[in-house]
Design a protein around this ligand. Sequence first.
Ligand code: F0G
Length: 454
Amino acid sequence: MNMSSDAAFQKCTNPDCGAEFECAQAIFKCPKCGELLDVLYTWDKIEVPKNLSDFARRWANRSSPLDFSGVWRFRELLNFCEDKYKVTIGEGQTILQQNDAVAKYVDMRPGCLYLQYEGLNPSGSFKDNGMAAAFSHALMVGVKSCACASTGNTSASVALYAHSCGLKCTVFIGSGRIAYGKLSQAMDYGARTIQIQGDFDDCMRQVQDVCAKLGLYLVNSLNPFRLEGQKAIMYRIIEQMGWNVPDWIIVPGGNLGNSSAFGKAFRELRELGLIKQAPRMAIINAAGASTLFDLVNDKKLTWNNGRVNRKIIDDYYANLTARNFSPHTCASAIEISRPVNLKKCLRAIEQTHGVVRKVPDEEIVDAKAIVGKYGLGCEPASAATIAGLRHLRAEGIIGADEKVACVLTGHPLKDPNITVNYHKDRQGQFSNPPVEAPNDLDEIIKLIGSVETD
Ligand code: F0G
């Protein structure tokens, strides 16, 4: 079936504006009031399956690239472009793993904790879900060149999708702020890489102006089409739980694209009658980059039907500027202090009865070591979910026998330095440093014997 785009449109999230635009426009922010845009659907113009399990029939047709894609096999739920524009490089073949050893670490009952490994995507992070959708939109509107600001994973994913569909791409990264695995990908996949003397927030500001001035297509999560692709992470969790919804979704919070997209996914599934109840969402900041935590928990900022109290945000940011504050965390992926999707995230928090927590770096690296030791591993930002879950268990906010899915956003090889230093320098309680041995068989056997009896 060839899907058409006349059932989709863009709409400003500001209720006092509410301007609507065609999907054929690449505008990224409301040209009338500057607020974020949503992609919305006229559902009665779309043949959405009656049950989520109806999507399972696509498994039988996996030689078709769109049915194989873990994003496009749910295409009725993000129906903004015709099939001929849809881009896929095989994203979304990711695993939901039930993990009892990690469950024990966070004080949950066996059978209750699930880890969604988004690091298994082609570029090694969840970003590929969003890029499949954003680059489809880019082809639909006919652009030739794109750009993004990044803490690393976006740049890797953008570079990969850009060359896969013949677009030029420029990525902006903060000087010295990016993990090596990610930088290596951006260069290897052929992106023009610009290192700005500044942090991610500086890059984000620059890239928006550069895109406006040079007419480049912006592929950051400000781009509402990207968030449409990221909804698929939730569809796949439900799919892998036998079309059931968990009680909780836990996600790291950086630029807040994921949390916004997940909230929208559940809102739509409820509207469509495909689920009865949305899971609750917990968003985890790093303590060194805790804007969302501070605004929600300390300043009591809420969605307030779309009329978010701008003064609270402006005052908070003015204070950051006055202190010359730049965020710092070992979880460099979420080292962000001015998240662009803040308001959409507040909406998602309200609609999922969500909570926000922050976790210090020491807990992040310990949690990361646990996911490495007992699971498939992940990068530091992803492990913030496990560290955050431990807090929420200790507080009693999440019950030991609730079903919890943590979104592990990036692959362990993204940031080998953090891992090597943690183990070699014995930085945490799960450090597993290499043992020095002389080049001598007897000594080696003696050494292994002593390790075996440890
Ligand atoms: N986890 C990883 C591994 C990430 O790379 C990011 C964001 C996040 C979590 C946070 O997700 O922005 O949706 O709240 N990385 C972006 C980048 C900012 O440029 O790669 P979010």
